[in-house]
Design a protein around this ligand. Structure first.
Ligand code: HEC
Ligand code: HEC
Length: 463
């Protein structure tokens, strides 16, 4: 084993700071220093405030620090429309949802569903796709068929001279229930409203699917989990008869023009961080880039096409790489264990939460991590279903979201919203929405007494 690590060190020293190698370099430098074991220490930050998701891993060398800083700046800057006086950050739009990544990932945290005026926040966006499609090419490369007029996502903003696609809003209906011991709770069920469509009606079979910005925690480490370790968790036929199946998503990767295991986004439809950064730049901000070289206009949107800048990429390779590098090398917050941590952990196992929220994995470099996700898809029942397929994910399947850092979401974003559309106002509500394969697990949670529930919730807040 040790030999292997030294090869990584040697490779790093030989090639310097190549992309991807830097995640390894941070690990390798620990080997160099203490020459014994590889630990997670240099990935941890002790920070517990709004900056918890924004620190670099320890051990980056000067070149890597520069690349991290460059990526950070492109992640945070407000982009402006094409042909503006500033050239480094122009190219926004013509159609877009927000002008900077941090609108939807505040302080790298999770998006917020509703703003202080009670209006739907822009970090909650609406995706569009046909309910049924036979278009094999679209299914292979996009994983769904977009609306022929509006494309894959409703853009609520546009540059001067182009019409925005729509106005969108959300309202909530209260649903009440109670725990086995009698305590009442209320959940909120969302309904989405689309108005002021700028380009006529949707296609007849277009459906609307909400998605909220994910917290960007530990992405570099998730990318380093060996594929085999994820696939070994699959149990599509439920052979062990625990009611939980787990299925991998296989998705199109534009970098290699091939099908790969999906790890990122709510339906695991992105194979790599870089793939998702490129998709976000294109869909959310209208920034053309090496994987999506055109602006985000459909053939029916003439003014958008006329404004589109086809001569240069808004986000060229070097900047796409830098943003990717930045997200790959963010530290994760260290667990904040309390006196009943072990008790909470035991409950998490007994209630079968761990059957999907896999507590630990070992990365390619031998680093033991605790993401609390199997990165697989599960049918979560009708209550959470959105009817939208993405590659092999059906309309009711979702990727188990990692839970590390989840107790800090509120601190980091200022407000905490959970689940794929942010409908849950706290962790407890998120659990109460679980259904489908997680129905038994939720029922077991609902049968706990109040004190045990609190111990479990404290545990979740501390990981
Ligand atoms: C308008 C809101 C919005 C903007 C702007 C935005 N994102 Fe996102 N981001 C989202 C949403 C929503 C998701 C979840 C997407 C899904 O599940 O399909 C997401 C997911 C991601 C993920 C996947 C995280 C994971 O754990 O799987 C990454 C990485 C990411 N965004 C990076 C970026 C970067 C980089 C930018 C800027 C170039 C950006 N985002 C801009 C809303 C946004
Ligand atoms: C069958 C697999 C499965 C089981 C069992 C399961 N979960 Fe989940 N969990 C998921 C999936 C999938 C989602 C995302 C659903 C969505 O967004 O619509 C989720 C979401 C969550 C979230 C919200 C995360 C976020 O970022 O918004 C929390 C918290 C959570 N689960 C905790 C638990 C706890 C605690 C248990 C045990 C009582 C449990 N889960 C059992 C699969 C599971």
């Amino acid at each position: 084993m040790k030999m292997f690590y030294w090869i990584i060190v040697a490779a790093f020293l030989a090639v310097g700071c190549s992309d991807g190698g830097n995640t390894q370099s941070a690990v390798a430098s620990v080997v160099l220093k203490d020459n014994t074991t590889i630990t997670l220490q240099n990935y941890f930050t002790q920070s517990k405030d709004t900056t918890s998701f924004s620190h670099p891993v320890k051990g980056l060398d000067n070149d890597a620090e520069d690349k991290f800083a460059l990526g950070k700046s492109f992640f945070r800057i407000p982009w402006v429309g094409a042909h503006a006086a500033t050239t480094a950050r122009d190219g926004l739009g013509p159609l877009f949802n927000a002008n900077t990544c941090i609108h939807c990932h505040p302080h790298n945290g999770a998006g917020v569903a509703v703003d202080s005026e009670g209006k739907m926040n822009r970090s909650l966006l609406l995706r569009l796709s046909h309910r049924n499609t036979q278009d094999k090419k679209a299914l292979k490369t996009k994983g769904f068929e977009p609306d022929s007029t509006y494309g894959a996502q409703l853009s609520i903003h546009a540059n001067h001279g182009v019409r925005a696609e729509a106005k969108i809003d959300v309202t909530y209906e209260a649903l009440s229930g109670h725990y086995a011991e009698g305590t009442a709770y209320t959940l909120q069920k969302p309904t989405y409203h689309v108005s002021a469509l700028g380009y006529g009606a949707f296609d007849a079979d277009t459906i609307v699917a909400p998605r909220i910005g994910l917290a960007l925690v530990g992405l570099g480490l998730l990318e380093q989990i060996p594929e085999q370790a994820i696939l070994s968790g699959e149990d599509e036929a439920d052979k062990n008869q625990d009611g939980i199946s787990g299925k991998a998503n296989f998705v199109f990767d534009s970098e290699t023009n091939s099908t790969k295991l999906g790890r990122f986004t709510w339906k695991a439809s992105a194979s790599s961080i870089k793939q998702q950064v490129a998709a976000a730049a294109h869909n959310d901000m209208g920034l053309s880039n090496p994987f999506f070289p055109t602006d985000n206009c459909t053939q029916k949107q003439k003014a958008c096409l006329e404004q589109a800048d086809t001569a240069t990429l808004d986000l060229p390779q070097e900047r796409l790489d830098a943003i990717t590098f930045y997200l790959q090398n963010l530290a994760i917050p260290a667990p904040r264990k309390n006196s009943h941590f072990e008790e909470g952990k035991a409950l998490f196992e007994t209630l079968q939460c761990a059957a999907c929220h896999t507590p630990s994995f070992t990365t390619h470099q031998g680093v033991s991590i605790a993401p609390y996700s199997d990165l697989l898809l599960h049918d979560m029942g009708e209550g959470l279903a959105d009817g939208r397929s993405e590659f092999f994910a059906t309309g009711s399947e979702w990727r188990t979201p990692p839970l590390w850092g989840i107790g800090l979401y509120e601190k980091v974003s200022g407000e905490a919203n959970f689940l794929h559309d942010g409908r849950a106002r706290n962790i407890e509500e998120a659990i109460l929405w679980h259904g489908g394969e997680a129905q038994q697990s939720k029922k077991a949670f609902m049968s706990l007494d109040k004190q045990s529930r609190e111990i479990l919730l404290d545990f979740l807040h501390s990981i």
